[in-house]
Structure formats: C-alpha cells, structure tokens
Design a protein around this ligand. Sequence first.
Ligand code: PEP
Ligand code: MN
Length: 373
Amino acid sequence: MILLLHPNTDKNSDAYASLMSKLGELDDIQTRVHDVEGNEQILTEVYLLGNTSALMIDEMQDYPCVERVIRISDEYRVLGRHADEKRACSFEYNGVSFGQDSLHVFAGLCAVDNPKHVEQMMKALQENGQVCTRMGAYKPRTNPYSFQGQGKDCLPWVFELAGKYGIKVVAMEITHENHIDEINEALEKTGHPTGVMLQIGTRNTQNFELLKAVGKQLTHPVLLKRGFGITLEESINAAEYIASEGNQKVIFALRGMKTNMGDPHRNFVDFAHVPVVKRLTRMPVCIDPSHSVGTRESAPDGLLDVMHVTAQGIIAGANMVLVDFHPAPTKALVDGPQAMLMNELPLFLEDVKIARDAYLERCALMKRFQKNQ
Ligand code: PEP
Ligand code: MN
C-alpha cells in the first residue's frame, strides 16, 4: 500500500510526526519513505510493506498528511502501474523532460575514441537541433584484450564538448559504482556543462549491487538495458531494484534478445514489448536499434534495417532512441559496422519524425473510436 502525502508535506511538522507514530503502531508493517522531487513540489510517498491486506483504504485515508491511498500488488511496487494509478509517469533532468508521452533521440558514439570524433558528433547534433547524445567511456567487452573504453580520463573533455554544443544529457554506461564518483568529479571539475544519464548495460542488468548504487544516488537518471537472456519480468524487477533504493528516474531500454533465431541480426528485435512495458510500469521506454540489429544492411527499399526497426519501436510508442553514429565507422574502436554515418543524421531524424507522427495519429484515431462507443 502507498500513502501519497499532500504536496510539500513538512517532515518536521506535528502532523507528519503523528502520521509516523500511528504507522509505527500497526502490527507487522514496515514503512519506507520516498521523496519524488518535481519542478514545483516535493511529493512524499510512504510505502507500507508487510501484511497490508488487513488495512482499510478508507481508514488510512483519514491519517494525517495523507492525500490518497493506493493498494498495490506485490509486483513492481514502486515502478508498476497499480489500480487507481494517477501518479506521474515523467521526470525532468537538466531541463529535459522524460515520460511515457515524450520522445528523445540519443544519437552518438558507442565508444568515445578521440576529441575530434566526439566534437564532430556533438556539432552535428547541435546543427540538427538535438540536446541529447550517447557516449561510452567505460565499455564492457566480451574479449579482455579488446579496447575497454577511454575511462575517466576522457570525461572532462567529453563533458566540455557536450556543453560547448548545447548537449544537456549524455547517456553513459557505467560498469562499476566507482564510475559514478568519477563522473561526478569530472562534472564538478568542468562546472557541470552537461548532465549524465547513467546506463546499465545488458551484461549488468542483474548486477544487484550496481543497481543499488545507481538507485541510492538521486542526481542522475538511469537507463537500464533489458537483460539479453532473461525474461521481461526479471528485467523489470531489476529496474525495481533501482527504484526501491530511492531513485525513480528510471528508463527501460529494449535492445534485442540473444538468440540465433534473430539471425542475421545481432539480436532478436523485441520492440513489440514497448507497449507492454508502458502498460506494466510507469517507466519511459527506450529502444536501441543499433545493438538489436548490429549491421548496416538495408532492405531493397533502400532503408537500413536499423531505420526500419527504429520506426517499428516509435510507431509502437517508444520514448527514447539510443542509436550509434560515427564520423568514420571504419576507424571506430567499438561497433563501427553498426554505426550510422554523419550525413545520415538528418535522414534518420526525419524518418523518426514520420514514425512519431504516425504513432500520434494512431493514438488520436483510437481516442475518436473510444469517444464514439
Ligand atoms: C551499449 O549501448 O554500448 C551497449 C554495450 O549495449 P548493451 O548493453 O545493450 O549490449
Ligand atoms: Mn556498442
């Protein structure tokens, strides 16, 4: 059960003390308090854990400070959609709003290599009106002898270049909790020219200690990739690990499943799950067409498979696209063969817009249909 308190409830007030003391008297019930910081107000949610079946919604409604009571199922307590669910599905980070109704493209380098390529990428993004990008500094690689990423040394110049070209959010994978401190130190040192969305890669979807670490920090939002060989339920539970530690700014990314059934694509594209994740949870849903498809192959119509699956995800309501680009893919240190080219950026963005407009039209069509029933 969740008690949603009145906005901006003062935790030092007598009313709040009285609420907590009343909750303390309930048998077999533990409480966990979450603050959700919005633009204009702080919403406090009190989670009641344990034997809540005997608690009556009407009674809890009369407790001090309580605005609304929601009875939740056991699954996905924080991130799930529950009956009587009217809580927001969106959050803002560094001036960019993320939710189940918005769409942002994060085009960028799979792996940071050198300042020249990073600057070419950032400049192209700015010229095309983009404020988000992806930049991998810490790369989890299958082979220990492969390039492992530029690591913390590249962070200051990557962040400075992001700031120079108006990039507000950089999605960056971390593979160890120390990387959070390294990112924070580099942001501090450079005067916070940009923001960072912490990405948890598919190999770490069930690295529970890492999930808890990104969940405990409330500064950066988290992009959680779906595990490549586990069920959707297991991956959503991984997201719930993050949120249960306090950080509810979580975006769920579909990136394809590892199976030869998807051949010749690198992974089996799973974007049919976009509406499923939106129905089961309040998380915005990201698609990663690059790591799903893994090649630059195109169909006889001329469109790259990467573009086709992007359109499929967007027309189904995706809220974010994480996509690999590179100014010189043959020189890229990681995943060059799947990268789109710099001159394809405007084409890609226009194609995204076509799919997004089609999705919005489909929603409007459904609304008209429902109105006439
Ligand atoms: C990536 O986005 O660079 C990446 C390694 O993706 P994944 O974790 O989905 O393999
Ligand atoms: Mn990659």
